[in-house]
Design a protein around this ligand. Sequence first.
Ligand code: V47
Ligand code: SF4
Length: 371
Amino acid sequence: MINPEKYISDPALLKIAEKITDEKRITPEEGLTLYQNAGLPLLGLLAGIVRRRINGENAFFIRNFHIEPTNRCIYNCRFCSYRKPPKHPESWDLSHEQMLETVKRFDGRQIEEVHIVGGVHPEHDLHYYGELIRQIKQYRPGLHIKAFSAIELDYMIRKSGYSLEEGLGILKDYGLDSIPGGGAEIFDEQIRKIICPEKASSDMWLRIHETAHLAGIPSNATMLYGHMETYSHRIDHMERLRLLQDKTQGFNAFIPLKYKRENNPMSHLGEVSMIEDLRNYAVSRIYLDNIPHLKAYWPMTGKEVAQLSLSFGTDDLDGTIEDTTRIYSMAGAGEKNPAMTTEEICKLINDAGFRPVERDSLYNFITTFAL
Ligand code: V47
Ligand code: SF4
């Protein structure tokens, strides 16, 4: 038997480690202690215990692609490299036909999910996006539509004059299946005031996800970290998510997103290290004991960090992507033309010692590969 006392000399960390191995929930103060005082090896060990309890040796991926309808946006978040003003040479605003062309590129190929997310266009309302969803569903009924961050939803629902309940219900009727996790950034109101003062508030983000969950629309949650937030702000962010998840059980996955500095006004802040990325994945896995999946979004992290993160609590590498997203490469993320074949993803997972599982959007197993 391993005697933990022999390896963990700090009594506070020892107590937390014992709680985790006893399957007990850690407090916000204990989460903060982990961030402040636990080294990478201990965090990896503890996150691995939680990961194995929830997901065994499985590491999930999906066949998916993105549609980014527009990079025009009424807001101007200081960390954003994606938004461009109307007549800028790199600005775009795709028509429904152009977006359907992207769907048609996958004719005859197995594909599970389309992820639709973009800027908040001043003129596009709920029915504009509803019609897009309707046309995609009509063309390819089996395709799961995961679409619109809470920030886009807030604007399109208000613009069309509906309550949240009505707006989300109407979008569900058009064919919306689930909601991605974007726009959460960091919930602390003071930091939000500095980095994204105009966009929907933290309370509104949480209300939209709660309302969606109650309407039977599952969702994800993100956290933008590595800018000017403190560890307390990260714990506060995760605590608000953990409380909501206790109420609704509607979150499928948590996705930490490291702030990337290229082409945005916050560049002077620099970027945190890979060690910090792995520590953050591990604390997230331990803290969010009620959100089943922790996603390493590889177009953002790069393939190697995503692979390594599997040993620090993550169990989901998102998907094949098919070179259909620009949001992260515009901010200087590792992958300029993100695309991976299922063979590549399986090898990446296998080489890290985990079992590749191809999933659908709701984490039902499609194919389980050999370990
Ligand atoms: O909310 C914007 C982030 C998010 C930068 O649900 C940046 O499966 C880092 O939500 N550096 C949108 N991050 C993307 C998103 C997402 C991604 C992958 C999977 C899922 C999912 C959702 O991108 C924004 C913001 O937090 N972001 N700019 C930047 N410079
Ligand atoms: Fe607009 Fe989203 Fe960029 Fe903020 S992060 S400016 S809401 S596109």
